[in-house]
Design a protein around this ligand. Structure first.
Ligand code: FES
Length: 198
């Protein structure tokens, strides 16, 4: 056998061996790869979008769902609640929501896709407590005769209007965050994604 033949043989052997390893390796790695394409229950719980049926959500009611371990509120605002946003414009720190606390499609007067339906992450932007709803207005709310309805954080007293906009001079630096979301139908919202799936 000549040197070239040896090299050729060696190469061939090497190639065959490599292919065999590749073949076996391919088979071995294929399973975990395919598995990795399927989100585990934990991964789903951690990050997958959440589909929510809002067909029974009446005006003035609020629904809380969990997305990425966070509470997400869906509120069916009444016309009165919507009208209160005009009054709170002058009292909130970022009335036009210019800071990036919402997707572009919610950077509007109501901070929502549909005016009545408000979706927000229910976590205070100060130190992460969960604000509580204070939908009752006026003295009945315990927050003063001119309270227009909204939310209060129990930890350090930040208050938010019914569009999750923080009032001026409060510890929370930003409006409540609005997650990506999309309406799959009149009665279904997908939280965590803003493109309708195929
Ligand atoms: S955590 Fe909400 S005001 Fe401090």
């Amino acid at each position: 056998m000549s040197c070239d033949e040896k090299v050729d043989c060696g190469r061939r052997r090497l190639l065959v061996t490599t292919a065999a390893i590749g073949g076996v390796g391919g088979a071995v790695v294929a399973t975990p790869f395919i598995k990795s394409m399927l989100p585990s229950e934990r991964a789903k719980a951690a990050g997958a979008p959440v589909e929510v049926d809002i067909s029974k959500l009446q005006p003035g009611e609020m629904l809380t769902v969990e997305w990425r371990g966070k509470p997400v509120w869906i509120i069916n605002r009444t016309d009165e609640q919507l009208a209160s946003l005009k009054k709170t414009d002058g009292d909130v720190a970022d009335p036009k929501s210019e800071k990036q606390m919402q997707p572009k499609y919610c950077q509007n007067e109501t901070r929502s896709i549909k005016p009545n339906l408000f979706v927000a992450v229910g976590i205070c932007t100060h130190l992460g407590c969960s604000p509580t709803e204070k939908f009752k207005t006026g003295a009945e709310s315990g927050l003063g005769a001119d309270w227009p309805g909204g939310f209060i954080c129990p930890c350090h007293g930040s208050t938010f209007d019914i569009a999750g906009r923080v009032y001026k001079s409060k510890p929370a630096p930003d409006n409540l965050e609005i997650p990506p979301h999309v309406y799959l139908s009149e009665t279904t919202i997908l939280i965590g994604e803003d493109k309708k799936g195929a």
